[in-house]
Each structure stands twice: as structure tokens, then as C-alpha cells.
Write a protein that binds this ligand. Structure first.
Ligand SMILES: NC(=O)c1ccc[n+]([C@@H]2O[C@H](COP(=O)([O-])OP(=O)(O)OC[C@H]3O[C@@H](n4cnc5c(N)ncnc54)[C@H](O)[C@@H]3O)[C@@H](O)[C@H]2O)c1
Length: 438
């Protein structure tokens, strides 16, 4: 393919050189005369393992060149990648000046270009930016319609500085955010030389993934460091601890606990988080991230209460009460907190949880629920129809074993608030359906 790349920074130079190595003809575009001159002399404007040699090889074989001339670059290529910088402003927001400028420049050239052209956006952008900023800028400058005359896809960049050439050839996957197949095909074709699964998703999902990955990486670093200082304060070497934590690929380094849903609870997680944070405090160790876990969890339960109260309805069916599916344990169940808050706010509740009904509550479980919700027995039923009958809002907290078809039908006329995403069939089945975090 003939590819122009706007922005010859870390991303632009590495991907340009790698695309060229894979056989594409690449023209790099930048505002910096120095970078353009260096590239045309076969020298890399950035320092990166292996990049000096690769740039030199690709420039001398004629597959990589650079220019200041955006018009020439767009006219000579079929695909334009955008990898200009999106730096932080002082308040944390993104400076999109360069993105807007490049979109306008490319659009202005496309006004008079007859051949089809695809724009592959690679800069890191918050979800909605391609749709709300790049597409309008391209359409305004070109007078053409994106999706019909011009194609746009979003392809996030997962290179890490220091190992970016290796990362280019060994990515976890290639993500193509597309509105139409034609745009996505051109984006995916750039990676024909890379062996990795290609996932085609919406542009907004593709934009979001990059931020989520980076925030997750930052979260992991913060978590490991806070655990390190707590362990140190307790006289424990954090290395064997974290090595074994990482060895558990079932619950720790795995998708477990990573799908958005309702708050955590039960007899272990809240108790143990509180104890470790208390131990840190006792030893004068400041761990803001771990200290934020319980408040974050509480805010999530408050979010559920607000969703119900905002409906204005007061006859509520709760689907599930125990802290997770497959147990009758009610201790610190965030669904019990929800039920308590709703009753306190004047709601009339009926609760469906066959596991709790059948368990004949006893021991600490019974003491807990009786102190949290007196006369709970009167609210509970194992007949879903009976619980839904007369209710105006149903809250699915733990819908294991519930008749999804019944809930789906019911949601045609009544509000259904889903805290669990118990079934993808429920989502989108009615305009009265609302998920807590999707
Ligand atoms: N650096 C990384 O490792 C990395 C990894 C993944 C994603 N990203 C994202 O990729 C994007 C680029 O990052 P970077 O580190 O390569 O940026 P960078 O600052 O190193 O390079 C950006 C380049 O764009 C050029 N530029 C600005 N306006 C231009 C215009 N109108 N026309 C042509 N060139 C123009 C600048 O002169 C500069 O050379 C950012 O959104 C960043 O968040 C970076």
C-alpha cells in the first residue's frame, strides 16, 4: 500500500519504518524541517532499539521518505495515518490542536482528489473524538462525506517506548475501530505482515480500549507499589508475595473480577481490604489507592440506589440478594445495602432469591440479615412472577437461575435496572432497560 503518516514522532517513525519493512511505501509528514531532513538522510529522529538501522535500510531501499508537504503526501498515497501528538493541557484535558489541524489539511487535499482515500487515526483520543472532531473537520475541508467518499478508521497504538519495534511485530492484537468494512479493510491491510488476531469494533470502543489499557497498567504499578510498602512496613519481602500473586492465573492475572458490574461484598473482600488498609495506617504508610477501594465500592452502591430513586417509582422488585450467584451468604452483600437503602427511601420491596429462601437463614448469616433488614422473610419469595407482579421497577443484582425471557417481556412495559449484565439478550431489548455501568 502507499501510506502517508502525519506526525513523525515515536509512533510515526516506528510504525512508518515497520510498515516499510513489510513492503508498504511510506511517506512521513511532519512540521519539523529537522525531522524531515534527518529522515531523508536515512537517520532516525528518535532513539529506539533497532530504529536507526531500520530507518536507514528503508530509506536507502526507497520505501521510506519524509516531507513537509501534506498535499503531495496525500495525493501520492491511498491511506493517511494520523499519529500527531495529543499532549495533556495543564488541567488534564487533551490538546487536540494538532489533530484538528491535520484533519483539516488532509480534508483540503481530498477536496480535489478523485481516488478513494482512507484515514487511519492512530493518536490516542478519548471516545467520540474521531466522530465529533476528526470526521466533521475532514468533511468541512473536503466537502465530501465520510463513509461514502472518504473512509475513516481508528487503530490504537500499543507500542511501548524502548521495545517498540518488537512490540510492533508481537502485539496482543490489532484493533480496528470502523463504521464500515471498507474503512476497516484498509486499516487491517496495513498489518498483513503482523501475526496477531484482528478485532473489528466500533470506533468508540477502539478509542476507549487504549485508555483502559494504559489506566490498567498505571493501576497495576500503583497497586504493586502500595502492596510493596505495606509488606515492607510489616517486615515482609514483597517479592515472594507478588511473585505468587502473579502465579495465580485463575483469579489474579486473569479476566476474573474484570467485567463491569455491581459492587463487591461478602464476608471476605470488604473485611480484608479494611484490615490491610488499617495495618498500613497503623504503620504510618500512606496507601491512597487501596484506601480508595471501600469508598469507591460505596459510591457504586449509591449509584444503584440513585438509579432506582430517579425512576420516581416506589414499587420495586429485586432479583437476587446474596452477595454473588450460587451462595446464600448475605453478610456485607451490597444487594442487602441496596435493599436497606431503598426501604429507607420509602420503597415497597419484593425480593426474589431462591438460594436465600431455601437456605432457612441461620447462624451469622441470619443475625446479619435480621439486623440489616428486619422482617426480611415477608419480602422474600422464590416465585419470580409473584415478585414482579405489581412492581414498576426490577433491579437485577444476581439473576442466576432467573427466567430471562420473562424479564425481557416484563421490561417491555416496566423499567429494568441491570447491575449484573446477567444476559446480553436483556441489554438493548427495551428502551426501559438500563445497565449500571454499560
Ligand atoms: N510515544 C508512545 O510510545 C505512544 C504509544 C502509543 C500511543 N501514543 C500516542 O500516539 C500519538 C503520538 O505520540 P508520539 O509520542 O509519537 O508524539 P510525538 O510528540 O513524539 O510526535 C508528534 C509529531 O507530530 C508532529 N506534528 C504535529 N502537528 C503536525 C502536523 N500538523 N502535521 C504533521 N506533523 C505534525 C510533531 O512535529 C511531532 O514530530 C499521541 O496521541 C500519543 O498519545 C504514543
Amino acid at each position: 500500500m502507499k501510506v502517508s503518516i502525519f506526525g513523525m514522532g515515536y509512533v510515526g517513525v516506528v510504525s512508518g519504518a515497520c510498515f516499510a519493512k513489510d513492503g508498504h511505501e511510506v511517506i512521513g509528514v511532519d512540521l519539523s524541517q529537522t525531522k524531515v531532513d534527518l529522515l531523508n538522510e536515512g537517520k532516525s529522529p528518535i532513539v529506539e532499539e533497532g530504529i536507526a538501522e531500520l530507518v536507514q535500510e528503508m530509506v536507502s531501499c526507497g520505501r521510506l521518505s519524509a516531507t513537509l508537504d501534506a498535499t503531495d503526501a496525500v495525493l501520492k498515497t491511498d491511506v493517511s495515518c494520523i499519529s500527531v501528538g495529543t499532549p495533556s493541557r495543564e488541567n488534564g484535558s487533551l490538546d487536540l490542536h494538532a489533530i484538528e489541524m491535520v484533519s483539516g489539511q488532509i480534508g483540503a487535499v481530498l477536496k480535489d482528489k478523485d481516488k478513494p482515500h482512507t484515514i487511519v487515526v492512530r493518536s490516542t483520543l478519548l471516545p467520540g473524538t474521531t466522530r465529533d472532531l476528526i470526521v466533521p473537520a475532514l468533511e468541512k475541508a473536503s466537502g465530501k462525506v465520510v463513509g461514502r467518499d472518504i473512509h475513516v478508521c481508528y487503530n490504537p497504538e500499543f507500542l511501548r517506548e524502548g521495545s517498540s519495534i518488537r512490540d510492533f511485530y508481537d502485539p496482543p492484537y490489532t484493533i480496528i475501530g470502523q463504521t464500515g468494512t471498507e474503512a476497516g479493510d484498509a486499516g487491517a491491510a496495513l498489518y498483513s505482515g503482523v501475526e496477531a488476531p484482528v478485532h473489528r469494533v466500533s470506533i468508540e470502543v477502539a478509542e476507549g480500549i487504549k485508555y483502559v489499557c494504559n489506566c490498567f497498567h498505571a493501576l497495576k504499578v500503583g497497586f504493586a507499589n502500595e502492596i510493596g510498602v505495606i509488606m515492607k512496613s510489616l517486615g515482609v519481602d514483597s517479592y515472594p508475595v507478588m511473585k505468587l500473586v502473579c502465579e495465580d492465573t485463575k483469579l489474579n492475572i486473569s479476566p476474573a473480577y474484570l467485567m463491569p458490574g455491581y459492587a463487591f461484598g461478602g464476608s471476605c473482600l470488604p473485611k480484608d481490604v479494611r484490615a490491610l488498609v488499617y495495618a498500613a495506617r497503623t504503620n504510618d504508610v500512606d496507601v491512597p489507592m487501596l484506601s480508595a477501594l471501600m469508598p469507591s465500592n460505596r459510591i457504586h452502591t449509591e449509584r444503584a440506589v440513585k438509579m432506582v430513586m430517579d425512576t420516581g417509582e416506589r414499587d420495586i422488585a429485586m432479583i437476587g440478594l446474596s452477595f454473588k450467584a450460587g451462595t446464600d451468604d448475605l453478610r456485607e452483600s451490597p444487594l442487602v445495602l441496596l435493599a436497606k437503602a431503598l426501604i429507607g427511601n420509602g420503597c415497597r420491596l419484593r425480593i426474589w432469591d431462591p438460594e436465600v429462601v431455601e437456605a432457612k437463614l441461620m447462624g451469622s448469616n441470619r443475625d446479619y440479615i435480621e439486623s440489616a433488614i428486619p422482617h426480611i422473610g415477608e419480602l422474600l419469595s422464590n416465585d419470580l412472577n409473584q415478585v414482579l407482579d405489581g412492581a414498576k421497577v426490577a433491579v437485577v443484582g444476581n439473576g442466576k437461575g432467573a427466567d430471562i425471557g420473562l424479564l425481557q417481556n416484563w421490561a417491555n412495559d416496566n423499567v429494568l435496572i441491570d447491575l449484573q449484565r446477567v444476559s446480553n439478550d436483556l441489554r438493548g431489548s427495551s428502551s426501559k432497560y438500563d445497565g449500571i455501568c454499560w
